[in-house]
Design a protein around this ligand. Sequence first.
Ligand code: NDP
Ligand code: 8X3
Length: 254
Amino acid sequence: ANWAENHIALVTGATSGFGQAVALRLLAGGARVIATGRRRERLAELAAEAGTDRLLTIELDVTEKDCGEKLLAALPDDFAGIDILFNNAGLALGLGPAHTADLDEWETMIETNISGVVRIARAVLPGMVERGRGHVINVSSVAATYPYPGGNVYGGTKAFVRQFSLGLRADLLGTPIKVTSLEPGACETEFSQVRFGGDKDKAAAVYAGMKPLSADDVAQTVEAVLRLPEHLNVNTIEIMPVAQAFSPFAMARK
Ligand code: NDP
Ligand code: 8X3
C-alpha cells in the first residue's frame, strides 16, 4: 500500500482530471504531494478531501515565466526534494479549422502546453540530477502522433511534449533519472468543457455512447509506470479506451 512512501511529487494541473487523480493516488501510496493549479478553491477542496499534511497546495500558473523558480523557492524543507514530476497542466481550446482559428487561443495552448511544461521541467531537473533520483512524466496525447481535423496547434503542442521527453532522456543518459511521455486517448475530464468554452452539452457529446477512459484509469497507468524497476524506463506510453481506434485516410472527392 505504501509504494510511494519516501517520494515527493509535484503535480501540475492538480485541480481537475488527471492531475487530481494522480495526486490522490500518490497520497494513497504514501507520497508527499505538492498539488498546483490556478483555481485556489479547487486546491482547498482537494486539501479537504485528502485530509493529510502530506499534501501541500500551491497556486501556480504555468504561463508565468518564472513560475518554476518561484515554486521551488516557496517549498518548505519537507517538500523540497521533488523526485516525481507529473508535468500535466495543459489544455485544448477550440476544434475549428486552422484558417478560422483564434490566434490568442493558439498562443494560450503554446504558452501552457509547451512553455509551461518546459518551465517546470527546467526548474525541477537540476535537483533531481543533484540528488541522483527522479522520474519526470510529461503529459502528451495520442494527438501527438495522430492528426485529426481541428487538432492543429493542440496536436502540435503534444508532439512537442513527446519529442521533448525523448530529448530529455538523451540528455539524462548516465543519470538514474527517468522520463516518460504519457499519451492518452479520449478521457472524460474537464478537458472537452475547456476546449468548448464551458459548453457542457458539446463536451458530453464527445463521450456519448462509448466508454471513455476515466481520470483514475490514467492515474492507475501512472502508478504502474512509477512502480516499475529502477533500471527500466518507459519512454512513451500510449493508451486508449477499447472503444477508440483509427480511421482510414480522408479523401476530398469530387
Ligand atoms: P482538465 O481540464 O480536467 O485539467 C486540466 C488541468 O490543467 C487543470 O487542473 C487546470 O487547472 C490545469 N491548467 C490549465 N491551464 C493552466 C495554467 N495556465 N497553469 C496551471 N495549471 C493549468 O483536463 P485533463 O485532466 O484531461 O488534462 C490534463 C492534461 O492531459 C492536459 O495536458 C491535456 O492536454 C492532457 N490530455 C487530456 C486528454 C483527455 O482526453 N482528457 C487526453 C490526452 C491528454 P486550473 O484551471 O485550476 O489552473
Ligand atoms: C486529448 C485527446 O483525442 O481529444 O489529448 O486530442 S484528443
